[in-house]
Design a protein around this ligand. Sequence first.
Ligand SMILES: [Zn+2]
Length: 445
Amino acid sequence: MDAPGTVARGDLLIRDDAIAALGAGVPAALAGARPDAEFDAAGAFVVPGLVHGHLHLCQTLFRGLAEHDDLLRWLRERIWPLEAAHTTASVAASARLGLAELIAGGVTCINDMGTVRHTEAIGEALEASGIRAVFGKALMDQGAGVPAGLLESPRAAMDESLVLARRFHGAGAGRLGVSLAPRFILSCSEALWAEVAATARERGMLVHTHLAESPTEAREVTQAVATSAARYFAERDVLGPGFVGAHGVWLDDDELALLARADAALVHCPGSNLKLGSGLAHVGAWRRAGIRCGLGSDGAACNNRLDGFHEMSLAASLSRVVGRRDPRPGSPPPLAARDVLALATCDGARALGLGDSVGVLAPGRQADIAVVDARGPHMGPAPERDPYVALVHAARPSDVRLTVVAGRVLYRDGAWTTLDPAAVGATARTELTGLLRRAEEAGVA
Ligand SMILES: [Zn+2]
């Protein structure tokens, strides 16, 4: 995924946490020495690890529990009450279950939005898992249907975000970053957005939020603030190079221009947009406007997979449908498979401000790598003829043989090095039982 689009057969050498050499450069870099460890990647593609631009690890326990609703009903009737029933232990179990799935699927970096409480449990799970991540607690201080347990004052919301930042920003040898994560316009007051904008500027923190996701949400936003989401953010100085907005399905061209001018980033979540019936984002138009773009799965409650390959396949195919609906002259062409792999790797890293360190296989970059076996029948007969098409349209998480973050093997041929999948699964089931009991006692579930 370097700028010239190099595809080469050869070796890759990792030293400490970084890529030391590639291909012809490997013998010279080894200088006659033998590597401490080797992995035979014959018959596989070695690619930059996948970057998941938008996710809620706290919702992994809710997988299959919130079906058949559109966004606002899904949030108000299912997700928020379930989030309010979380404890530190259930959030930790939810995060670890999601991380086991992500790491085995070649994901090396995520951008997570937690729930309002217990976000330190997500930070601890991220740190122990070895994955690279930006994460933040969801900020909510108002809104119809928000349970009391998820509401807090703007001051308390910001103070806890800063406590998390002091503890986790730069933790895990620099793998972790902490963001400000105001949930969306309908759950955050004007005062809270002002605090977010000022603090993000002062401390250089990412602002991770949702915008323009569904038509009913867009309508309620217009009723509440008399303008659209991107305009609201632009007027309040929320947009900037650290802004990462998920979904963006219903942004118009003027709003895309506002985002581009501010150098804000958007994250495409096609699986979630389809399953919640939210709509089809026009990612070609985002790219044409010059916006940095990434790809994400959103949480397991609205997808229900945390699967970068599924999202890539959807993004590539949906761009053909969306492009055809845009009758204007000069409408952007469908995304090529390489463009889509870029969304999930180098472009996704740039969307999170990590473009200089990950997303590309090149000497000096962080060794965040996935090895994807190409020998399965579903990849045949000749995946090497177009590796981008093979990876985007045919590969699956189960093809991933090796996941490496900062030079450390996190997953190898069915075995996790930082997570015990049997224990993770058992704890998740136990915690789900407790969570549903608490939700029932609170009158939901
Ligand atoms: Zn989301």
